[in-house]
Design a protein around this ligand. Structure first.
Ligand code: ZN
Length: 101
């Protein structure tokens, strides 16, 4: 996952390390584990995020993990500019609701 631009803002990791990137889960690993949906580390569920976007994403997914508010979580991900195409694919992969409208 290193070397990839941030999925939210598009920042590229710099050689000096000033834009540190983390590999994170599209759908929170704790949610997947808790609901026994499969392997949280499947390729479809991994995303590169820079140091400034990572905390935004973590805050948004609290809606999912603390209240199981899937609609609120999707709205918040959309608001922060998270690539919804990745979310849709991951939700399909884990057979999560909301894809058949
Ligand atoms: Zn970013």
């Amino acid at each position: 996952m290193s070397g990839q631009p941030c999925a939210i803002c598009g920042a590229k990791p710099s050689p000096s390390g000033c834009v540190a990137h983390a590999s994170d889960h599209v759908i929170a690993a704790r949610f997947i584990t808790q609901h026994q949906l499969g392997d949280p580390n499947a390729a479809v569920n991994l995303v590169a995020l820079c140091a400034s976007c990572h905390p935004k994403k973590r805050r948004a997914e609290d809606r999912l993990c603390n209240r199981t508010n899937i609609v609120g979580w999707l709205q918040e991900f959309n608001r922060i500019g998270f690539p919804m195409e990745k979310v849709r694919k991951a939700m399909e992969f884990y057979s999560l609701g909301g894809t058949n409208e």
